[in-house]
Write a protein that binds this ligand. Structure first.
Ligand code: CP3
Length: 340
């Protein structure tokens, strides 16, 4: 009996078949998600209303029986709780008012950060009560660098040029912003674990645009700080780090941040992934577009991962979030292939 397979894999066990879940598993490729999203009105209403957030978190579990559920929310609720404005305009992604260096010192002053996020904690605790015992509940936050890129540019950009320039021109402001985000993100994760999250994941989706020096200062250091602070309160909760695009810096990232497991994007060669796996569990790393294409492209992608990484501690996942164009039929095909 493999109760809570995900936790066993995170403890370093090799499981066949491996536990499986998908980043962004609650999302627009699911008709039931689109229906609830419509009812909720806006994307943020979905995030801040525990009835809706619980419902969409459970939808992919009911349909596919994944080994883990991930809290439905967004990484940008953290700057929102610090008083930055946030809008999700249809088809445009997130939009914020770019932060100025002189606004950093007072960030979140006189605001009750945890009161703003109380609906998220409520969602986590209801989920833990409603989920089957064997389904692991994952909480999450964005890594400080990735959250900062949206706060600085006010939107998604292809290479985060505005944030890199901001950091080169005003390194003290960047350090202050990342330090503040690390502090509140650690508290945010601690509260999610208090509320019932079994595992937490730190999403650093824009780690890959940094040179070696900035990667160490803006990506590794703040995440290491979060890991220290969370472990001081919850020493046994596994932490997954996902520094997307970190390439040859992945090994260093694991060692210096102390994360329990590494989330690998699909550009990581499986031979490199295998060598990273000798130091601890890995998660990943199917190209999400294989779930759009289906057919042989999907089967071959799954088989390659299982063949190279199936002999060690593995959590089967995508190399980034599932896209709205993926199909339910292809997700089913992937699961049959993984589970044999
Ligand atoms: O994985 C899950 O199912 C949990 C939910 C989750 C969402 N966002 C829901 C969401 C998680 C873990 C995130 C993290 C997130 N949010 C990241 C890091 C991971 C990544 O994908 O790189 C980032 C960079 C964000 C910021 C963000 N939120 C962007 C850039 C966008 C727009 C892109 C898009 O797909 O539209 C969002 C919106 C968002 N977050 C959606 C979902 C399901 C789509 C919004 C909708 O339903 O209209």
């Amino acid at each position: 009996m493999n109760q809570r397979k995900m936790l066993s894999a995170l403890a370093g066990e090799t499981l066949s078949p491996p536990p499986v879940w998908m980043m962004r598993q609650a999302g627009r490729y699911l008709p039931e998600y689109r229906e609830t999203r419509q009812k909720a009105g806006s994307f943020l209403d979905l995030c801040y209303n525990p009835d809706f957030a619980v419902e969409v978190t459970l939808q992919p579990i009911r349909r596919f029986g994944f080994d883990a559920a991930i809290l439905f929310s967004d990484i940008l609720v953290v700057p929102h709780a610090l008083g930055r404005d946030l809008r999700f305009a249809e088809g445009h992604g997130p939009q914020m008012t770019p932060i100025r260096p002189d606004e950093i010192a007072g960030l979140g002053q006189d605001l009750d950060f945890h009161a703003h996020l109380a609906p998220v904690y409520e969602t986590v605790s209801r989920l833990r009560r409603e989920l089957p015992r064997e389904t692991t509940l994952i909480g999450f936050c964005g890594a400080p660098w990735t959250v900062a890129t949206y706060m600085i540019a006010g939107k998604g950009t292809p290479d985060q040029a505005p944030s890199r320039l901001f950091g080169y021109r005003d390194p003290n402001a960047m350090a202050a912003l990342l330090g503040r985000l690390a502090e509140v993100s650690a508290e945010y994760l601690v509260r999610q674990i208090d509320a019932g999250a079994d595992v937490v994941q730190i999403f650093d989706s824009w780690a890959g645009v940094l040179d070696e020096d900035c990667f160490a200062r803006w990506c590794v250091e703040p995440v290491a700080e979060i890991v220290r602070r969370v472990r001081a309160v919850h020493p046994s909760t596994p932490i997954i780090g996902f520094p997307r695009g970190a390439g040859s810096l992945y090994a260093d990232y694991r060692q210096k941040t102390g994360v329990t497991a590494l989330g690998l994007d699909w550009s990581v060669p499986l031979s490199q992934a295998r060598s990273l796996q000798t130091a601890g569990p890995v998660q990943g790393n199917l190209d999400p577009l294989r779930l759009v294409a289906g057919g042989r492209a999907l089967d071959e992608g799954v088989d390659a991962i299982l063949e190279v990484l199936g002999g060690g501690p593995l959590i089967f996942n995508l190399g980034h979030g599932i896209t709205p164009e993926a199909t339910v039929r292809h997700v089913e095909q992937m699961l049959r292939r993984v589970r044999g």
